[in-house]
Design a protein around this ligand. Structure first.
Ligand code: CA
Ligand code: CA
Ligand code: CA
Length: 457
């Protein structure tokens, strides 16, 4: 693998003018140098209408059933329909939906360690020795599963994308081996069978991953890249207490032929944890991530390899962890994240958007015991959906929707032991989540504006 690092010093910190804007709360507009030249076809879904961002009038360029002139029946929104994916003890699930509406899931799985039902102790006992990666596919309402990577200690923080031909692409973190190496792993069945690669052999810690794939098979993975130029640093492989530390929010980028390059979007010892990534209809990459030290900021990067625009979205208090990001059809950014309660306990789910031209920040809900993850989606009617898990309230998976009256919250499921993921595509929210009894899939139908006139019907 050729290792190529583009170090983007000049854009790694806000420009002085931007700092002024940030201080008075208007972060947008610090940089507009990022080209909008499409990296993907302007009519990505092939329905004959170009995406809004490409100058056309297709309000959902991921769905060929949505375009001007399409039949637009009035649908109901909800309720949730829930079904089991597998009863195998699982965690760190990811979900994606491919061509034909086929739902895919990827997850870390442990072998059964109690007859049934599995207990939490089962997960803890098995965690460090036998975690493997599996993939599940839902065809005609039935789930089938397959092993992706049987290497032990693999399968944490999976992320999943499906390409235009229906092949799955999975990024995940393998717990360290003896050499703190081979942490970031990537698997795909694009070649007909599952093949595993190590995109960045030099990165000992990947932690959370986020993945995007273009229809031609080009892959982008966001992760935390910790570079040990000095072997003496091996006593602190997580690069937490060793500032300054050579760490970065990194992207591993593979072209359609599978050649990997590594790019550092922003360099700093506290960067790269928990990145959220989305691509818009013209192929621009958007990243939301925390800068943990010294000030716990929420940061946002927009661009493409070699050209990034970076800004701080919120800096007051301890903010920015558990990030999630979505881009709507008009190109506006929507971010969900956490803020520590200033009173010293609990956390708050927050929402930031630049729709309307400047960042607007709202509180979604305060909870005492939030799992460190959020997900966010925007549907064709512009409604924002945020999901998160509160371990204290029955370990509930919560779904917050923004209405004119504010945020409305419902409980999707209880007994959610582990991680979850959500995608919004083909007129529904798709969620997978881990419970004591295995992995569940929840689908939430969305009333959809199929003809792009701004309303359902
Ligand atoms: Ca469309
Ligand atoms: Ca409709
Ligand atoms: Ca309509």
């Amino acid at each position: 693998m050729s290792r190529m690092v583009w170090f983007l010093g000049p854009v790694a910190r806000p420009l002085p003018a931007c700092r002024l804007w940030l201080l008075i709360g208007f972060a947008l507009g610090c940089s507009s140098r990022v080209s909008q030249e499409p990296l993907v076809p302007p009519d990505h879904d092939g329905d004959g209408y170009d995406a809004l961002l490409a100058g056309g009038d297709d309000c959902d360029d991921e769905d060929a059933a949505v375009h001007p002139g399409a039949a637009d029946p009035v649908e109901t929104t909800g309720p949730w329909a829930i079904e089991p994916v597998t009863d195998q003890a699982s965690d760190w699930p990811a979900v994606a939906v491919g061509p034909g509406g086929v739902v895919h899931a990827a997850y870390g799985a442990w072998p059964p360690c109690h007859p049934e039902p599995p207990e939490k102790k089962c997960f803890a006992d098995e965690m460090d020795k036998s975690l493997t990666v599996r993939h599940a596919r839902r065809v005609d309402g039935a789930w089938s599963t397959a092993e992706v990577d049987g290497m032990s200690d693999a399968g944490l923080y999976t992320s999943l994308a499906v390409d235009g031909e229906g092949f799955a692409h999975i990024a995940y973190y393998r717990i360290w081996d003896d050499q703190y190496s081979e942490a970031l792993r990537y698997a795909t069945d694009r070649g007909g069978t599952w093949a595993v690669q190590t995109p960045d052999p030099a990165a000992p810690i990947a932690y959370h991953t986020a993945i995007h794939v273009r229809d031609d098979g080009a892959v982008t993975i966001a992760y935390r890249d910790v570079v040990h130029a000095d072997p003496a640093r091996d006593d602190d492989p997580f690069c937490v207490n060793d500032e300054p530390c050579d760490a970065a929010l990194a992207l591993a980028v593979a072209d359609a032929k599978g050649n990997w390059t590594i790019e550092h979007v922003e360099v700093g010892g506290s960067l790269g944890w928990d990145p959220a990534m989305a691509a818009d209809a013209v192929g621009t990459i958007h990243l939301a991530y925390p800068s943990l030290d010294p000030s716990d900021d929420l940061r946002y990067a927009r661009g493409r390899p070699g050209a990034w625009s970076i800004e701080a979205v919120e800096q007051e208090g301890r903010v920015g962890q558990a990030t999630a990001i979505a881009i709507d059809a008009a190109g506006a950014v929507h971010i969900a994240y956490h803020r520590y309660n200033p009173k010293g306990y609990g956390r708050e789910v927050r929402y930031a958007t630049n729709a309307g031209g400047r960042w607007r920040i709202e509180s979604v809900e305060e909870r005492d015991n939030l799992q460190e993850a959020t997900r966010i989606a925007v549907d064709t009617l512009g409604r924002v959906h945020v999901t998160y898990v509160d371990f204290a309230a029955g370990s509930s998976l919560r779904h917050a929707t923004r209405s004119a009256q504010g945020w409305e919250v419902e409980v999707v499921a209880e007994g959610v032991w582990g991680g979850f993921d959500m995608k919004s595509v083909f007129g529904a929210l798709h969620v997978v989540y881990a419970t004591d009894g295995g992995l569940e899939y929840a689908r939430f139908p969305l009333a959809t504006d199929q003809d792009c006139d701004g309303e359902d019907g």
